[in-house]
Design a protein around this ligand. Sequence first.
Ligand SMILES: Cc1ncc(COP(=O)(O)O)c(C=O)c1O
Length: 383
Amino acid sequence: MSRLGTETAFEVLAKAQKLEAQGKNIIHLEIGEPDFDTPENIVSAGQQALQDGFTSYNPSPGYGDLRDIVANEISKSRGIEASGENIVITPGGKPIMFFVIMALIERGDEVLYPNPGFPIYESMIEFCGGTAVPMKLHGDKDFNINVEEVRNQITPNTKLMIINSPNNPCGSVIGLEELEELALLAKENDILVLSDEIYIRFLYEGSHQSIAALPGMMDRTIILDGFSKTYAMTGWRIGYGLFPEELVEPVSRLVTNSVSCTASFTQIAAAEALVGSQDRPSAMVEEFKKRRDIVVAGLNSIEGIKCATPKGAFYAFPNIDGTGMSSAEFSNRLLEEAGVAVLAGESFGKYGAGYIRLSFANSTENLQEAISRIKQFLESNYS
Ligand SMILES: Cc1ncc(COP(=O)(O)O)c(C=O)c1O
C-alpha cells in the first residue's frame, strides 16, 4: 500500500470543510467538479429508469445500446470509426486508468506520463509495480511536451504512454504536430497509448485532435472519456474507454472482478446525456470560458504571480515563484489566513513545484472575491 498515492484535492476539501465547520468562510477552488446541476433531461431519464426497474446487475462491459451510442459519439467527435464492441463502460473515467494499467503493466515495465499531471497516473503505475517516467510539461513553453526529451526517455521496457489533452492541471493542449511525433514514437517503439480525453468539450480554442485518429494508431490507443465533467455528473459515476480489441475481454474481466458492472439506471441516464439536447453542456462551457478570462486576468494583475491562459479544461495553473513562497506554504497559508482553497502544484507531480492550481468551477462572484483575497493576502505579507 505504501506505493499507492492519492488525490490531494479530497484532502484539501476535508481540511477546508473542517475550517467551515469552525465558522470560517471558504471559497472552494480545489476540486475539479462543475458547479452546475446535472441537466434535467438526464435526471428525469435516471428517475424513469429506476421506476422502470433498472435496478439489477447488467453485463460487465455495459449495456449494448449504450456501448453503441458511445461508439457513435466517439466516432463523430474524433473522426474515427469506433464500434460498440470495443467500448467498456465503467463507474467513472478513473477506473479506465486503473484497469488499463493493471491489465498491461508488470514489474519492471516503464510508463511515460505527463508531469504535472493527474496524480492517479503516477500512483497507479507505481502501485502496479511499474516505473513511472515523467514526461515534463514545460511551464515556460505553454506546458508543452518536448518530444526530443521523450524520445530519450524511451527504453526497451517502455510499454505505455499516457497523454492528457486538454490537460489537468495545466490546461494545455497537445498540438497536431506534437501528437504526430508522439504517435511515431509509439509506433517505432511498440508502445500503447492511453489518451485521457475527459476534457475535450472544455476546449476554448481550436478543435480537438485525438491521437487515435492518426494513421496506425487506432490499434494501439485506448481513449478514456466520461460524463462527470461534460454533463456535471460526477456523483453518478460513469465513464468509458475505447479499447483495441485484445484489451476488451481482460478489462471486462477486471470489471467483473471488482465492481461487477456500472449502475444500470446511471447507464440509461448517460444514454440520454449523449442523445439528448447539448444546449446545457454548451452553455456551461461558454460560462467557463468567461470565468477563465476573469481568473487569468485577475491573477496576472497580482505582483509575484504569472498565469498562462489555459486552452482547455477548467483550471488555472499560475506560477507563484515571485511570491517567495513554496507552493505548499502558499496554498496552506492561503486557506488558513484568507479562506481560499487551492492545490499546491506538487500535488500533480514534481514538475508542479512553484505552481498552484485553481479550479474555475465556481461563480464569477466567488472567483472575483478569491482574486481579491489572494491580492490582500500577498499585500499583507509583503507590504
Ligand atoms: C484528467 C482526468 N482524467 C480523468 C478523471 C476522472 O473523472 P471521473 O472518474 O469522475 O470520470 C479526472 C477527474 O478529475 C481528470 O481530471
